[in-house]
Design a binder for this molecule. Structure first.
Ligand SMILES: NC(=O)c1ccc[n+]([C@@H]2O[C@H](COP(=O)([O-])OP(=O)(O)OC[C@H]3O[C@@H](n4cnc5c(N)ncnc54)[C@H](O)[C@@H]3O)[C@@H](O)[C@H]2O)c1
Length: 313
């Protein structure tokens, strides 16, 4: 499989390291920034400046990892050139653009996978399996908290024109996807307070949201980017009719049911490799990769609803 990778920044280079571990994959990279191209070339990658240059090499598939404002447009270009697409979240900054990507994929008969890489963590997969097997009974309440301490992020993440939104687009949409994935259910109502409390920026750094699901479960989603050192992390609690579980992301999964407490320790993970392997094996098998473009639209719709920008889900 010949992959064209657009965007050689923090996400793009993680995709490139992952894809290069898969036998039979070849990779060409593209980035407008000459320094980013030089860095990738130093790792042995063939690089070109633009999406048009990349598509001129006729790759089988494109991986799109550019700032949010350009994701949908780049995906549409790649689809129209006949590529399958692995598209970074949040997929697009509007529902209309996300839907255009889905429609184009259907029209040209190509697949779109969304880079919700956290699904490929062993702790998340184990928790989903426990819930699906009914170990904690019907889920009633999810509490998902992701807080980041001060850290370097690309500067565009705080600029609305390029980012489209703030921490819900850069980080929190992974929480939304996790909750949908764990529950295996769709949202039916979203309420939220979206605030800029901790940074002097024009996008949000703090969100408290309530999402109700069709099956009746309530999810509380908290997203925060702290301005200072913080005891930060990502924890997901799921309470069910017969027990409960806790994911301490990257560290452990604990659960209790029927009077017995159990736990799975964290294990080494490479979630970008998990996603790359799913993408390549699906293409080789001629099946649709997962998470799908429809998963991307569903998560984007929930975040836009938090922003007050989408019709009710
Ligand atoms: N799935 C994940 O866990 C994860 C992690 C980090 C970032 N991301 C996502 O990846 C995407 C990129 O984020 P990042 O942190 O890598 O940003 P980044 O700033 O580190 O990298 C983006 C790169 O895209 C290049 N670029 C911008 N516009 C371009 C264009 N039109 N043509 C070619 N190159 C262009 C920039 O020069 C830059 O090198 C975003 O959608 C972000 O949300 C996902």
């Amino acid at each position: 499989v010949r992959i064209g990778l657009l965007g050689l920044g923090s996400a793009g280079m993680r995709h490139s390291r992952a894809f290069l571990k898969i036998p039979g994959v070849s990779l060409i990279g593209a980035d407008l920034d000459a320094e980013r191209r030089a860095g990738a070339r130093a790792h042995g990658m063939t690089v070109v400046p633009t999406l048009a240059d990349l598509l001129a090499t006729a790759p089988d598939a494109a991986v799109i990892a550019v700032p949010h404002a350009y994701l949908a447009e780049a995906a549409l270009g790649a689809l129209e050139a006949g590529c399958h697409v692995l598209l970074e979240k949040p997929m697009a900054t509007t529902l209309e653009d996300a839907q255009r990507v889905l429609d184009a994929a259907r029209t040209v008969g190509r697949h779109v996978m969304i880079s919700f890489v956290h699904r490929f963590r062993p702790d998340v997969a184990a928790a989903r399996d426990l819930i699906a097997r009914g170990v904690i009974g019907r889920p009633t309440l999810v509490v998902d908290t992701m807080a980041g301490g001060a850290s370097d992020m690309p500067a565009w993440v705080w600029r609305r024109a390029e980012a489209g939104g703030g921490m819900m687009f850069y980080n929190g949409i992974h929480q939304v996807d996790r909750v949908r994935f764990l529950l295996g259910d769709e949202a039916d109502r979203v309420r939220a307070e979206v605030r800029t409390l901790a940074h002097d920026v024009d996008t949000e750094d703090t969100v408290g949201a309530l999402v109700t699901f069709r099956g009746g479960a309530l999810a509380v989603i908290v997203q925060h980017k702290a301005p200072a050192d913080a005891l930060a992390g990502w924890e997901t609690q799921v309470f069910g009719m017969a027990g409960s579980l806790l994911i301490r992301t990257g560290q452990e999964v604990r659960w209790t049911a029927g009077g017995t407490a159990s736990s799975l320790p964290g294990s080494p993970e490479d979630r970008f490799l998990g996603a790359a392997t799913e993408f390549v094996s699906a293409l080789e098998a001629g099946r649709a990769p997962s998470p799908s473009g429809a998963d991307g639209v569903a998560a984007l719709r929930i975040v836009l609803e938090m922003y007050g920008d989408a019709p009710s889900v």
